[in-house]
Design a protein around this ligand. Structure first.
Ligand code: IMP
Length: 193
């Protein structure tokens, strides 16, 4: 089993990605490798942030690793909150505050189209590879459901009758931005093993 560090402190992301990748890899968390500091995320793009986080761990700790960055892009807001999705309502990075702000911004907006985009940056022996996943949908007028995290309660994927927060992990993973990016990562890892 090969060691691979998943460079995130977000337990929800670890759960979703492990669920899809299965037991083939010996995942290490940041805590496992003794990385307890906040990893900088200062790039202006989702791709840039994913790479910045993976490079930080690879360069400072010397482990093969991957990191991911996600954003919610709302059409009527010209792609906002996008790369700033985590701190949309402020530096407290609170999901309820972020959802409240988005609902207010779209209060009188008929166009509720939005998509999630995830980029995973993988570094194996210095070689960098990016994997992208997207899911299109719309922003609901109020929260629905109690599972998931982040903006899940107000995101309805196209063609579905349930928000992400009303789905099981399997249901969300089968169609989500992160699920799609992770499936590409898995195919790549399986091919190079
Ligand atoms: P980051 O990739 O951790 O910077 O996440 C950006 C923002 O999007 C945070 O507010 C997350 O809570 C939110 N987010 C990330 N992934 C998801 C998801 O799968 N569903 C809903 N919100 C998400």
């Amino acid at each position: 089993m090969e060691k691979l560090v998943f460079a995130t402190a977000n337990a929800n992301k670890v759960k979703e990605i492990k669920h899809i990748l299965g037991d083939l890899y010996d995942f290490r968390s940041l805590t496992d490798i003794g990385c307890t500091e906040d990893i900088p995320e200062t790039q202006p793009t989702i791709e840039g942030n994913a790479l910045q986080k993976a490079r930080y761990v690879y360069e400072k700790y010397g482990y093969n690793c991957f990191a991911e960055d996600t954003g919610l892009l709302v059409e009527a807001l010209d792609g906002a909150p996008g790369v700033y999705s985590a701190r949309y309502a402020g530096s407290q990075r609170n999901s309820d505050d972020n959802m409240d702000k988005l609902l207010v911004e779209l209060q009188h907006e008929p166009n509720r189209a939005a998509y999630f985009k995830t980029v995973i940056a993988l570094i194996i022996d210095g070689k960098e590879t990016l994997f992208e996943g997207k899911v299109e949908g719309e922003i609901l007028k109020a929260r629905q459901g109690g599972t998931g995290f982040g903006y899940d309660p107000i995101f309805l994927p196209n063609g579905q009758s349930q928000s992400f927060a009303e789905m099981t992990a399997d249901e969300k993973g089968a169609i989500s931005h992160r699920g799609r990016a992770t499936a590409k990562l898995k195919a790549h890892l399986d091919a190079i093993r």
